[in-house]
Design a protein around this ligand. Structure first.
Ligand code: PLP
Length: 451
């Protein structure tokens, strides 16, 4: 246990109640291979979350490690501040090639929150340059997570996560998300619900005044709240609304890009073209950190004129090692047909998880691609949910730990209603799905006995 004691003493874990490790070892993962991870005792777990929605190509890919090694020897570091390096140029070109429409300008960051921060700052400055200086506000959805920096956290729709840091950046407003299982209206009519949900964005723009709103930030499938998918027609209507009021549509694809839904960019899966895509996580399959905001030529154009400058940047953005690894990762996507693999197997993943409906605690199985949430309920018929005490006792006190002990690393989340979130590496197949289902089945059945 020497590792774990040291972890508690010095390693401040993110989003973690540290006191829970005062008398318990910190789980310590030392190795990964394919869809599996191993702890410091040699025990194997299924990586049901691809690390943190990151390890698309699976663990232990020697070619990605070798690419990093080689790039560090050639050019370990150079910034993208007034200078270029070949891997950043090549990766920017590659991302522009995959991105839809005229999204051709790539502004690198080191992660997702910075990409979101970049998109908001860019939207604000864009409108100042084009003579609409009062357009600065943003709209996003309840429960959505968009990152930890002050701006990205203001866009985040989780009041409890924001409260310790208020006041955040002003001007970030919220509209309902598209969880049809909890729809306040049109719950039995997805099209009508989608229209209603999109129209809430228009209402919010009108409430605030179109002259004050710069951008709408939406995930293609919303992670927090449990893999909330868009109803049919939702994004098409949002696009129309954004165009009507000259508001930028930002597709926050920090989780959904790079094959999570079976396409390189998730907006393609749902048939819309945003003004900016924010992405990170899966771009390198986690073998090195990087993020990006991918911006349309239309929005970039005024920045490319005269003395206009986007006064924004990060030391490690577009890092040569990360850029090289991202290129190798995208090569691997093509060679192994990872996107097609997800498209071919997403139905099987859903079907396998839907078997769990025979457990009374399973209320809703929802998601897209290899990105699924299972909402837990106290009563399937009424969709009745848990009290706060039950949530604490069952989700925090039992489920998270029990799933892990039973060999499944995934996430039990109760930022909205309680959900189990699954996002396995994109190389997963039926045997991985079956193992996930079996562990969930046993653990959820036991959780039910503790209510
Ligand atoms: N945006 C979305 C949709 C996310 O899911 C996340 C992280 O999970 C972020 C932004 C923040 O990314 P990062 O943790 O890389 O800063």
């Amino acid at each position: 246990m020497q590792h774990s004691t040291t972890a508690y003493d010095h390693l401040w874990l993110h989003h973690t109640r540290m006191s829970s490790f005062a008398d318990a070892p910190v789980p310590t993962i030392v190795r990964g291979e394919g869809t599996d991870i191993y702890d410091d005792q040699g025990k194997r777990y299924v990586d049901g979350l691809a690390g943190l929605f990151v390890v698309q190509a699976g663990h232990g890919r020697a070619e990605l490690a070798e690419t990093a090694y080689k790039q560090a020897q050639d050019l370990a570091y150079f910034p993208v501040w007034s200078y270029a390096h070949p891997k950043a140029v090549e990766l920017a070109e590659r991302l522009a090639h995959h991105a839809p429409g005229d999204l051709n300008k790539v502004f690198f960051t080191t992660g997702g929150g910075e990409a979101v921060e970049t998109a908001w700052k860019l939207a604000k400055q864009y409108f100042k340059i084009v003579g609409k200086p009062t357009k600065h506000k943003v709209i996003s959805r309840t429960l959505a997570y968009h990152g930890a920096p002050h701006g990205a956290l203001a866009i985040t729709g989780l009041p409890a996560m924001k409260a310790p840091f208020e006041p955040l950046v002003p001007g970030a407003h919220k509209v309902p998300n598209t969880n049809i299982y909890r729809a306040p209206i049109h719950g039995d009519d997805p099209e009508a619900f989608g229209r209603w949900a999109a129209d809430q964005i228009e209402q919010q723009i009108l409430f605030e005044g179109p002259d004050t709103v710069a951008a709408v930030f939406l995930e293609p499938v919303q992670n927090a709240g449990g893999c909330i998918t868009p109803p049919p027609g939702y994004f098409q209507r949002v696009r129309e609304i954004c165009d009507r009021y000259d508001v930028l549509l930002v597709s926050d694809e920090v989780i959904c890009a790079f094959g999570r839904l079976g396409t390189m960019f998730a907006c393609d899966k749902f048939g819309y073209v945003p003004d900016i895509i924010t992405c990170a996580k899966g771009m390198t399959s986690g073998y090195s950190p990087i993020g990006a905001a991918i911006i349309s030529d239309r929005i970039a154009e005024p920045f490319y004129k005269g003395d206009n400058t986007f006064l924004h940047g990060y030391t490690f953005a577009g890092h040569p090692v990360s850029a090289a690894v991202a290129l190798a990762n995208l090569d691997l996507f093509e060679r192994d047909g990872l996107n097609q693999h997800v498209l071919d197997n997403e139905g099987a993943f859903r079907k396998t998880l839907e078997k769990l409906y025979d457990l009374p605690i399973v209320g809703d199985v929802r998601g897209n691609g290899f990105f699924y949430g299972i909402e837990l309920v106290k009563d399937q018929a009424t969709r009745g949910t848990f009290t706060r005490e039950e949530n604490d006792r069952i989700l925090h006190g039992f489920l998270s730990k029990a799933l892990y002990e039973n060999g499944l690393y995934c996430r039990a989340d109760n930022r909205g209603n309680p959900v189990i979130q699954l996002s396995p590496p994109l190389i997963s197949d039926q045997s991985t799905f079956d193992e996930i289902e079996q562990i969930l089945r046993g653990t959820l059945a036991e959780a039910w006995t503790k209510i």
